[in-house]
Ligand binder design. Structure first.
Ligand SMILES: Cc1cc2nc3c(=O)[nH]c(=O)nc-3n(C[C@H](O)[C@H](O)[C@H](O)COP(=O)(O)OP(=O)(O)OC[C@H]3O[C@@H](n4cnc5c(N)ncnc54)[C@H](O)[C@@H]3O)c2cc1C
Length: 480
């Protein structure tokens, strides 16, 4: 390899750019068994700006959120040589990069702050399988409080789990385009790392990008927002306020609401959700702030950039107001702001079955069930500038669930693609329930397992025998 525009082999790539993963493995004992891409003798220099790297895998997963990461682990667990591509330098998606610390949908949503057996014991959860493994690995480091997990340790522990399962991971790498061949099969994905291009071929692909970037690029049909006007639920910026005094009895949401009504904070702030992190037995805690709501278009870089600036500025105003006007925040400081304003809603890819609000409400059961959803219809108002919800229903009931059928993660028109996470086939109302991370873990495990079974039996994803998929999932701890 030499000169710009040339092609790098996988071996050259490994030798040149993947050196850092080995550093510290002995010191912290967390890196586990190294995969090919993480084994290296050390960095040997910079690649030319326009290098092209060729990689070849059984299963390629785009997006390392809770759904995509789980899909990659499930694929590797079932014998597939697997590549996971993530644009950020760690996995976890909205959980880690978005600082959304409650993994909803693992237990009934009303138990999420409870300390009873059903909440604290993952082997009693509605969603199990790899969710239990995450919980148990995080718990060893004191990083769990029931289904509320600590996002910073998780970045490290997820790396260790991925290494243990032998998943190759490309961080800082954006999925950019898909090459689709005859019969609607994806042949390869084009990825961008800085100025280098990576072409990864695969037999089966999984879209874990949240917004369905891969499915859309591969030509899958999709829907966006409310049927009548395509309006979507708002996005939100999360941030943590540190050194907050717990138990002062102040109702911070109420105080903000009053300030807003009395024009003491700018009118467009619209305070929505604010709450302490797990604080039992603590005097001081962090305040998780998930405000303000933003109704912008994430496909437009100019509008997106404005959203980022506006959200941070408003978050700062809210913090300053509370610090000046409450005992709880009198010593507090702005601890951290998450990676980006996180979209609550994106593409819904058309799949073999479209989950509906009634499926959620009536706790539907399907013969081809591959995952369970345990969250309610939580449709944040799609109307800009409002605070409320467009549906106000709290189902399914405690310890019950709705089934997600295999057909809902099989996109129409692309043969070797599976959907993991929030873009699965659903109406906008049902999406408000399926979008949570516990459900993402469940659909991710189903998608990754199905991808590996398809590779192993040389079938398309659609042809994977449902009984074999269900039995494999059950044998690996999934409760369906
Ligand atoms: C403010 C807020 C509060 C929420 N509250 C909760 C809550 O309390 N509990 C809960 O469970 N859920 C909550 N949700 C919803 C939930 O966080 C998301 O719907 C969920 O994270 C979806 O998981 P996912 O893995 O499908 O997608 P994501 O978490 O969005 O992950 C997608 C991943 O793909 C990567 N990616 C995207 N595009 C590309 C690309 N082109 N190339 C490479 N990588 C790419 C992203 O970086 C990301 O890591 C909340 C959402 C928001 C915005």
């Amino acid at each position: 390899m030499s000169g710009s525009g040339s092609t790098w082999t996988r071996r050259e790539f490994v030798g040149n750019v993947a050196g850092v993963a080995g550093v510290g493995a002995c010191a912290i004992g967390l890196l586990g068994r190294n995969s090919d891409l993480s084994a290296s003798e050390g960095a040997k220099g910079m690649m030319p700006g326009s290098a092209t790297i060729q990689l070849s895998y059984d299963v390629v997963v785009v997006g390392g959120g809770m759904a995509g990461m789980t899909a990659a682990l499930a694929a590797a667990k079932n014998g597939a040589k697997t590549l996971l591509v993530e644009r950020y330098p760690y996995c976890g998606g909205a959980f880690t990069a978005g600082m959304v610390i409650h993994i909803a949908g693992l237990v009934d949503h009303r138990r999420i702050h409870k300390t009873d057996e059903l909440t604290m014991n993952p082997r009693k959860w509605i969603v199990q399988g790899l969710a239990v493994e995450y919980h148990e690995r995080l718990s060893k480091f004191g990083a769990t409080h029931g289904p509320q997990w600590d996002h910073e340790p998780a970045k490290i522990i997820f790396d260790a789990i991925l290494a243990d399962y032998g998943v190759d991971v490309l961080y800082g790498t954006h999925f950019h385009a898909a090459k689709v061949g005859g019969g609607g099969r994806i042949e390869s994905v084009e990825l961008i790392y800085r100025t280098a291009k990576v072409i990864a071929t695969g037999k089966v692909f999984v879209d874990g990008s949240g917004d369905g970037d891969l499915a859309a690029a591969a030509g899958a049909k999709f829907d966006v927002g409310r049927d009548s006007d395509h309006r979507m639920q708002p996005a939100t910026l999360s941030y943590m306020v540190a050194d907050v005094l717990y138990g002062t009895g102040e109702n911070l949401n109420g105080i903000l609401r009053k300030a807003w009504e009395e024009d003491k904070i700018p009118k467009d702030i619209r305070p929505a959700v604010i709450g302490p992190r797990w604080a039992e037995g603590k005097k001081r805690t962090e305040l998780w702030c998930s405000i303000p709501r933003q109704w912008g278009d994430f496909s437009d870089p100019i509008e997106y950039s404005k959203m980022e600036r506006r959200a941070r500025a408003i978050g700062w105003e809210i913090f300053r107001y509370l610090k000046a006007n409450t005992k709880a925040l009198s010593d507090a400081y702005l601890g951290s702001i998450c990676q980006q304003v996180w979209p609550r809603e994106g593409r819904r890819v058309r799949a073999g079955y479209t989950l509906t609000a009634d499926d959620v409400r009536h706790e539907a059961r399907f013969e081809d069930v591959v995952a369970r959803g345990a969250f309610y219809l939580d449709l944040h108002s799609v109307t800009p500038g409002t605070i409320g919800w467009d549906l106000d229903e709290h189902r399914p009931k405690m310890n019950t669930y709705f089934d997600i059928p295999y057909r809902s993660i099989l996109p129409v028109g692309v043969e070797n693609l599976l959907l993991a996470g929030r873009m699965l086939g659903s109406t906008q109302e049902a999406y408000s329930a399926t979008r949570v991370m516990g459900t993402g873990i469940a659909t991710g495990q189903a998608a990754g397992t199905a991808a590996a079974l398809a590779v192993r039996s040389k079938r398309t994803a659609r042809e994977v025998p449902i009984k074999q998929l269900q039995e494999t999932l059950r044998s690996q701890g999934v409760v369906i």
